[in-house]
Design a protein around this ligand. Structure first.
Ligand code: PGA
Length: 247
C-alpha cells in the first residue's frame, strides 16, 4: 500500500487528481469508479481544469458511481447524480451515456441493485476506484455491520451518517434514511483503489481502517486485503498513522 501525506486539502486534491489523470492518460478507455461527498470536490475541480486546458480527455472513459439516496430524483440538488453532474460531468468531455449512478427512484430497488451489479461486472469492474471514508469507517454506504455485504444493496443509513450528511440538507430530518450502495464485492474487484481523507474528524477512521483489525465494524478495513491501494490524505486525517507507513 502506498500512502501520500499531503499538507492540506488542496495538496491532497491535487495528488488524487494526478493519480486519476495518470490512469486516464495510460488507458483512455478506462472505467473509473467515482465517489461523492465533500472530500472529492477539490479533486474533481482539478480534473475539470486539466480537461478545459486540453491536457486530459474523458471522451472514452466510462464511470460507475458508488451509491445514491433512495427516493431522490436525479434533479434533486442533494442527489448523487446531481452532485456528479454539477461537480464533474457537466464540465468535461465525457459521453453522458458512459456515466452510471444507481437509480434512487427505481420502483423495485432490489431489482435496481441486481441491475447495477450486472452493469459494473459487464464493464469489467473499475480500473481505478476512488473512495472517501466516513467518520465511522464506512466506504460508499457500507455502514458498520456484523458482516461484509458483497452485492449492491439497499442500506439503512446510521444515525452517525445522517448526522454527518445533515450539513448538506436544511435539517437532519430531510436526509433520506435509505440508500443504494455498491457492495464490498464490486469495490474489492477494482484493479486499483484510491482512498482520500481530509480533516481531523477522519483520523480515527483512517487509523482503524489501516492499522486495526479487518472487521465489518470498520468497513474500510477490508481494503487491507486489496493488493493495490493508494491512500492520499492531509496531515490532519493521517495524524494517527505510524511513521513507517509513509516510507
Ligand atoms: P465526505 O464523506 O467526503 O463528505 O466526508 C465521505 C464518505 O462518507 O464516504
Amino acid at each position: 500500500m502506498r500512502v501520500y501525506k499531503e499538507k492540506d486539502y488542496n495538496a491532497m486534491s491535487r495528488r488524487a487528481a494526478n493519480i486519476i489523470s495518470a490512469e486516464v492518460i495510460r488507458r483512455p478507455d478506462c472505467v473509473l469508479g467515482l465517489a461523492t461527498g465533500s472530500t472529492p470536490t477539490g479533486t474533481y475541480k482539478q480534473l475539470v481544469e486539466w480537461n478545459k486546458k486540453g491536457d486530459l480527455s474523458f471522451a472514452e472513459v466510462k464511470t460507475v458511481n458508488l451509491d445514491e439516496y433512495l427516493g431522490l430524483e436525479p434533479s434533486h440538488d442533494q442527489s448523487y447524480r446531481y452532485f456528479m453532474q454539477s461537480n464533474l460531468f457537466d464540465h468535461i468531455d465525457i459521453v453522458p451515456d458512459n456515466t452510471n449512478v444507481p437509480n434512487g427512484m427505481a420502483e423495485d430497488a432490489a431489482e435496481e441493485c441486481r441491475r447495477y451489479d450486472e452493469l459494473v461486472k459487464s464493464l469489467g469492474y473499475a480500473d481505478l476506484q476512488l473512495l472517501g471514508i466516513g467518520s465511522n469507517g464506512h466506504i460508499a454506504f457500507n455502514e458498520p455491520d456484523s458482516c461484509f455485504r458483497k452485492e449492491t444493496h439497499v442500506v439503512s443509513l446510521t444515525e452517525n451518517t445522517i448526522r454527518d450528511n445533515a450539513r448538506f440538507f436544511a435539517s437532519a430530518d430531510e436526509v433520506p434514511k435509505k440508500a443504494i450502495t455498491m457492495g464490498i464485492g464490486c469495490i474489492m474487484a477494482a484493479g486499483r483503489i484510491l482512498i482520500i481523507a481530509s480533516g481531523a474528524n477522519k483520523a480515527q477512521a483512517v487509523y482503524d481502517a489501516f492499522c486495526g483489525t479487518v472487521t465489518p465494524e470498520c468497513p474500510a478495513s477490508i481494503l487491507q486485503l486489496h493488493n493495490d491501494v493508494v491512500l492520499v490524505g492531509d496531515e490532519a486525517a493521517l495524524s494517527l498513522l505510524p511513521e513507517e507507513m509513509f516510507k
